[in-house]
Design a binder for this molecule. Structure first.
Ligand SMILES: Cc1cc2nc3c(=O)[nH]c(=O)nc-3n(C[C@H](O)[C@H](O)[C@H](O)COP(=O)(O)OP(=O)(O)OC[C@H]3O[C@@H](n4cnc5c(N)ncnc54)[C@H](O)[C@@H]3O)c2cc1C
Length: 426
């Protein structure tokens, strides 16, 4: 008789699990608390669904068990994710290593998955919130808002609370607690960072500016005190009313937030002109100043404010001058070397003290979650055979670039096959 597999959560990993389990011959039921499947999936990659990356490495992921991710990545590669998409008849394309469906429409990925589930005979039950899971002998009993359901195997694919705003309180945490499954505390990741109140009041001045910048974060290795590592991310930096945002900030946010949550001080260093070495800018400035000194008595000399506004966006130049105490009206011909060095430092190494961050509801991912030492490489709970946990519910999160969806597909596919009694992806 076909194995009865019940999957809780119809997001990326739950749908991948349902698809695989059904293809492996199981009788599959997929429940979701929402009114449709794949709601978060439909919003990924700004609605374009960046579903995997050409360079997936274990070291790209954050987890307390990096050796688990080494085994995962060797089992489920970029090629495996691409094969899954080909199986779904999705044409895909690559941009700088990031993979997207060729039509850049996340909704079409959701449709391909839901159509396939229908064709495979998966029973989908919507607006159905799982409240509790219990194992009675060899069978699982899942209490839901639509009654109790029985299954031979259960896959918990409830994702995280990141970016979720809905009626039901997130019950996965309670389910895990009730089952005694260990988990690390949950914090946001892939979100904005805000300045420390009292340290800065200039954010309203720079709000709205977007610049290509390098953002660096130096931290002490928590496992090796006295050893420091600097993380640098390049990309479009967004300066906001309260702080900093954009891809380079998102990429650093896991580490910065982890430190803030542990009560450590955190500040980032921003290079607003990463293409230009200090020596180049210094020589350029001296040239301009010499020129200005030759015509110092002209009626409208070039001022520090005007010059800097030609190097970086005007609003940002105002913040730089404010920080360095150089008056915007100061003629460049009388700008002393020491003053210019302060301006240069603010342009190339602007220290920004972080005091806060986006909430879970504002974040694209969650850090923390189920301790990977509680599950096998096939995502089966060691103490509760037949129960599987996949996707973002686990203590794994990756950077922007398709890493989180890659993990969702891989964990769902491996668990789905195993739950159906087939060992796939050796
Ligand atoms: C705005 C945004 C953009 C993103 N863009 C990208 C991107 O481009 N590339 C990338 O790799 N990652 C991206 N991510 C991250 C990615 O979407 C997630 O990591 C991924 O969806 C996790 O898959 P999952 O199956 O674990 O959880 P989800 O996809 O969140 O699915 C969980 C499902 O479980 C359901 N559920 C939860 N609890 C219950 C319950 N008790 N009973 C029944 N149902 C329940 C939920 O309704 C949901 O449908 C983005 C995230 C956000 C928020």
């Amino acid at each position: 008789m076909a194995k009865k597999v019940l999957i809780i959560g119809g997001g990326a990993s739950g749908m991948a699990a349902a698809y695989t389990a059904a293809r492996c011959g199981a009788s599959v039921t997929l429940i979701d608390k929402k009114e449709q499947l794949g709601k978060k999936l439909a919003s990924t990659g700004n609605g374009m669904c960046n579903f995997t990356n050409a360079r997936i490495e274990a070291s790209d992921y954050h987890t307390h068990h990096p050796e688990f991710m080494k085994r995962f990545v060797s089992r489920f590669s970029t090629q495996d994710a691409l094969r899954f998409f080909r199986d779904l008849s999705i044409l895909y394309t690559e941009r700088d290593g990031y993979y997207y469906p060729a039509n850049f429409q996340a909704q079409s990925v959701v449709s391909a998955l839901t159509d396939s589930l229908k064709n495979l005979g998966v029973q989908v039950i919507l607006k159905c919130n799982a409240e509790n899971v219990e194992k009675k002998g060899a069978v699982f009993a899942v209490r839901t808002s639509q009654g109790t359901m029985a299954a031979d195997a259960v896959i918990l694919a409830c994702g995280s609370e990141a970016s979720v705003k809905d009626l039901y309180a997130f019950s996965a945490g309670r389910i895990l607690k009730h089952l005694g499954i260990p988990a690390y505390p949950i914090y946001p990741s892939l979100t904005y960072l805000s300045g420390r109140p009292g340290d800065s009041d200039f954010e309203p001045v720079w709000a709205g500016v977007r610049v290509q910048a390098d953002v660096s974060y130096r931290r002490e290795d928590p496992l090796r005190p006295g050893t420091f590592r600097t993380y640098t991310e390049h990309g479009q930096l967004q300066l906001t009313e309260t702080g900093i945002s954009g891809i380079p900030v998102f990429q650093l946010s896991h580490t910065v937030i982890e430190d803030l949550e542990k009560g450590r001080d955190a500040s980032v260093v921003i290079d607003f002109l990463p293409e230009f070495p200090e020596e180049t800018l210094r020589a350029f400035f001296r040239n301009i100043r010499e020129n200005e000194q030759r015509q110092a008595d002209r009626p409208n000399p070039l001022t520090a404010g005007t010059l800097l506004g030609r190097w970086v966006p005007k609003k940002l130049s105002a913040v730089i001058l404010r920080r360095t105490g150089v008056p915007a009206s100061l003629p460049v011909h009388s700008l002393a070397d020491a003053d210019f060095e302060r301006v240069l430092k603010a342009l190339k190494a602007f220290r920004y003290v972080i005091g806060g961050h986006g909430s879970l509801q504002e974040a694209q991912a969650a850090q923390g979650g189920v301790d990977l030492s509680a599950v096998s490489d096939r995502f089966e709970v060691l103490d509760l055979p037949g129960l599987f946990i996949t996707g973002e519910l686990l203590d794994v999160d990756g950077p922007c670039g398709g890493y989180n969806l890659h993990f969702a597909w891989g964990s769902g596919i491996i668990a789905g096959a195993q739950a159906a009694g087939v060992e796939a992806y050796r």
